[in-house]
Design a protein around this ligand. Structure first.
Ligand code: NAD
Length: 470
């Protein structure tokens, strides 16, 4: 029987495998691999009456080779030091792959957000932020949190408000956290960015004829049969946006079970249904798929695990029927299970690439906060005038009338959301091309190793430029 390894050990294992393709000195590889700072804290909160609860929380900064460090904050009863260290490490490699100039970090609070009242969640979030400030573990130039599992805009707003209260005159204070509401200097498109990035990445991946032929699939997302695990922030937006490309979401798995519908599920209606009924089971037109984690085993072209780590293990890897697995969640496949899947010919798109859309748009948000101006504000109208003048010249020189409709389809200055989405799409396409090319050039057999290889080379290059290593 193979030894059960921890999440952090799994990340190290992927790193070590990729490192064998490089020729960097051992000391440099060790420096890249290890966590630079680990902050474990305990603090009390009053839970009502005279009751006090001691809260366990973490912030891990994996790599200081680029500052600030960056990474989400997770609220879950399963949070542990090992988990936060693993997630922080993944952030470093992720940022390098998509050329986001940050080191990796992650935070976690060991609580169940579902079973904690909003008032208590606010109290805990504010105290956690104060603890981070005390130890200089938060700030626009030091460490910038964002949402992750169990957190969203609301928690980011509490973090921002606490930070600005305790550091009132910091001109760049709004850049202390990303994933904020737009009304608090967040950026349009951040909420759906991770899910949208998954779709942009997949759209590029399925465009290579030889890769798709090897899997017995046609090119393009149109008509692809998708299964999603976890209908939270990442899973919902990935599922919703992928249908705009003609794909069908034929299965969804949530905590309470899984459902299936060959004609395709309307995920917007499904999310509403779950909010009203507390479950996806019974959604009109769908069939329940029974069995523990059975949703993952539905026959499909692309499986998108978007819930938590270690979902595909030695227990169920042999039962997976998907041809492509896109790791929208962090670490959903254990290394031993990955070996089984790769032997079966499954294409695994690694988390450090495919879910990097969130941090990419967080980077855009941070830039917006530091520049104190919305993207598109300075140039939108100017672009429209230039385009309109050009059409006037064409009209005059060709003696042809350009209709109002034609004009309005051409004359359009870029707004913030246009720029965010095009920047995200470009990032995901370019990063995949780099990984695919590294895989080919170095004769690497899987995409995860190729993705780790790309990040190790980029981070080593940063250390090299500092003159720390030859
Ligand atoms: P979320 O809390 O919004 O949603 C997670 C969903 O998964 C919830 O609906 C939950 O009920 C469901 N879930 C939990 N366990 C499940 C199980 N065993 N089976 C089926 N469903 C289950 O979290 P999120 O922000 O969407 O994050 C999901 C994953 O994506 C995490 O691994 C996270 O680290 C990763 N991620 C998130 C972001 C981001 O921007 N939020 C960015 C990169 C990676």
């Amino acid at each position: 029987m193979s030894k059960v390894t921890t999440f952090y050990e799994n990340v190290e294992r992927s790193f070590d495998k990729a490192a064998t393709y490089t020729r960097f000195p051992e000391g440099l590889l060790e420096q890249i691999k290890l966590c630079n700072s680990v902050y474990k804290m305990k603090f009390p909160v009053k839970t009502g009456g005279s009751d006090v609860k001691v809260i366990e929380a973490y912030r891990v900064q994996h790599s200081h080779h680029r500052m600030p460090t960056k990474g989400g904050i997770r609220y879950s009863i399963h949070v542990s030091q090992d988990e936060v260290m693993a997630l922080a490490a993944l952030m470093t490699y992720k940022c390098a792959i998509v050329d986001v100039p940050f080191g990796g970090a992650k935070g976690g609070i060991k609580i169940s957000p579902r079973n904690t009242s909003p008032a208590l969640l606010e109290k805990i979030t504010r105290r956690y932020t104060a603890e981070l400030i005390k130890k200089n573990f938060i700030g626009p130039g030091t460490d910038v949190p964002a949402p992750d599992y169990g957190t969203g805009e609301r928690e980011m707003a509490w973090i921002l408000d606490t930070y600005l209260t305790l550091k009132p005159s910091e001109v760049e204070g709004y850049g202390c956290v990303t994933g904020k509401p737009v009304s608090l200097n967040g950026i349009r498109g951040r909420t759906e960015a991770t899910g949208r990035g998954v779709v942009y990445g997949l759209n590029e991946i399925v465009s290579y004829k030889d890769d798709m032929e090897a899997l017995g699939l046609s090119t393009g997302l149109d008509g692809k049969r998708i299964v999603v695990q976890g209908l939270g922030n990442v899973g919902f937006h990935a599922a919703n946006i992928i249908t705009e490309y003609g794909a069908k979401v034929i299965g969804v798995a949530e905590l309470e079970g899984a459902i299936y519908c060959e004609e395709g599920l309307n995920v917007k209606k499904l999310l509403k249904y779950r909010k009203t009924n507390g479950s996806i089971i019974g959604f009109p037109g769908s069939k329940e798929v029974k069995g523990e984690n059975a949703g993952l085993e539905i026959d499909c072209d692309i499986l998108i695990p978007a819930a938590l780590e270690s979902q595909i293990t030695m227990k169920n890897a042999h039962k997976i029927k998907a041809k492509i697995i896109a790791e929208a969640a962090n670490g959903p496949i254990t290394p031993n299970a990955e070996e089984v899947l790769l032997k079966k010919g499954v294409m695994i798109i690694p988390d450090i690439y495919i879910n990097a859309g969130g941090v990419t748009v967080s980077y855009f948000e941070w830039l917006k906060n530091l520049s104190h101006v919305r993207f598109g504000r300075m140039n939108k109208r100017f672009e429209e005038y230039t385009q309109s003048n050009m059409l006037d010249v064409i009209e005059k020189s060709t003696n042809k009338n350009i209709s109002k409709r034609e004009r309005s389809s051409v004359v359009r200055g870029a707004s913030e959301i246009d720029l965010v989405n095009s920047g995200l799409e470009d990032t995901m396409i370019e990063a995949y091309q780099t990984i695919r090319e590294a895989k080919r050039k170095n004769k690497i057999t899987d995409l995860r190793t190729a993705a780790f290889y790309v990040s190790i080379v980029k981070i080593a290059d940063a250390y090299g430029s500092m003159g720390i290593f030859p």
